[in-house]
Design a binder for this molecule. Structure first.
Ligand code: GUN
Length: 284
C-alpha cells in the first residue's frame, strides 16, 4: 500500500484563504486582526518559526509585530512588554516563542499573557477549558493535526489512537482532542515499556517525540493514519520527522510529510486563533 499524503501546504492554503476573507470583512468593521510575537535569544529554529509566523500574518492581511530580545535580557523587560501588549487594542494574540532561555520561568511568562489573547492556548485557564471540552484557544499544532482528519473525512470516533510524546505543547492537548472526538487514546512517552506493541494497535498514530525517524514501518499497523509532528535536522542539513516516512508510507493509509505536513498547519491555526480572538473583541 502507498499512503495518501496529508498535505499541510494545500490544506493550510485552503483555510488561510477563508481566514483572509474573514479578516477583510472584519477590517470593514474597523478591526484588523493583530498578532504580537516575542522572541528571546538566537535559537536558529525559533528564528525561522517566528519569521514564518510574521510572514503568514502579512499574507493573510493581519497586523503583526515582532519583539526580539537578546538571550541575556532581564525577564522584567519581557514582562513589561507583555503587560503593554495585554492592553493594546491593536493586538488580539500574543505568542512567546518557546523555548525561553534557562533564566526564565516559562510558566510565569505564559501566565502573564491575558487569557483572551493567549492564542497558543498554553495558559492554565485555556488548558483547563480544553480538558473540560470547552476550549477557548486550542494549541495550534494539535488543532492543525485534527483539521487533517476533518478535511480528509477520516473518522476518529471509536478508533484506537496512540500519541507518542507527552509535552504540554503537543502530546497532552493532542490526546485530549482525540479523546473528545471519540477515540480511545493511549499516551506513550520515554518511560513506556513496549512502545512498539502500543503503536501496532493504533488506527491513528501521532508521533511527537523529537527523535528522527524513530517510528519505523514495523511499528505501524497496516492502514493506520500517521501524523508526524517531529521536525529534526539531520547531519546533512535535511529536515526529517519522527517517522521513517519512506518505509512507513508503504504501510499506512494516510501520512503527513515533513516538511509540508503539520508545520504549515500549526501556523495556519495560529492565524485562525488570532482571527477568532479579533472577532470576539470586535463583538465585545
Ligand atoms: N515552540 C515550539 N512550538 C511552539 C508553539 O507552538 N508555540 C510557541 N509559542 N513556541 C513553540
Amino acid at each position: 500500500m502507498t499512503a495518501k499524503l496529508l498535505d499541510g501546504n494545500v490544506l493550510g492554503q485552503k483555510l488561510r484563504a477563508n481566514f483572509k476573507q474573514r479578516a477583510e470583512e472584519l477590517a470593514l468593521l474597523g478591526t484588523r486582526p493583530g498578532l504580537a510575537v516575542i522572541l528571546v535569544g538566537e535559537d536558529p529554529a525559533s528564528q525561522v518559526y517566528v519569521r514564518n509566523k510574521v510572514n503568514a500574518c502579512a499574507q493573510a492581511g493581519f497586523h503583526s509585530e515582532k519583539h526580539a530580545y537578546p538571550a541575556e535580557v532581564d525577564p522584567a523587560t519581557v514582562f513589561a512588554k507583555i503587560a503593554e501588549l495585554n492592553s493594546d487594542p491593536k493586538i488580539h494574540g500574543i505568542l512567546v516563542q518557546l523555548p525561553l532561555p534557562k533564566h526564565f520561568d516559562s510558566d510565569a511568562v505564559l501566565d502573564a499573557i491575558a487569557p483572551e489573547k493567549d492564542v497558543d492556548g498554553f495558559r492554565a485557564e485555556n488548558v483547563g477549558a480544553l480538558m473540560q471540552g470547552q476550549p477557548c484557544f486550542i494549541p495550534c499544532t494539535p488543532y492543525g493535526a485534527m483539521k487533517f482528519f476533518e478535511d480528509a473525512g477520516i473518522a476518529v470516533k471509536g478508533k484506537e489512537a496512540v500519541v507518542v510524546g507527552r509535552s504540554n505543547i503537543v502530546g497532552k492537548p493532542m490526546a485530549m482532542l482525540l479523546m473528545h472526538a471519540g477515540a480511545t487514546v493511549t499516551v506513550c512517552h520515554s518511560q513506556t515499556r513496549d512502545l512498539k506493541g502500543h503503536c501496532l494497535r493504533a488506527d491513528i498514530l501521532v508521533a511527537a517525540i523529537g527523535k528522527p525517524k524513530m517510528i519505523t514501518a514495523d511499528m505501524v499497523k497496516p492502514g493506520a493514519v500517521v501524523i508526524d509532528v517531529g521536525i529534526n535536522r539531520l547531519p546533512d542539513g535535511k529536515l526529517c520527522g519522527d517517522v521513517d516516512f519512506e518505509a512507513v508510507k508503504e504501510v499506512a493509509s494516510y501520512i503527513t510529510p515533513v516538511p509540508g505536513g503539520v508545520g504549515p498547519m500549526t501556523i495556519t491555526m495560529l492565524l485562525g486563533n488570532t482571527l477568532e480572538s479579533a472577532e470576539r473583541a470586535a463583538r465585545a
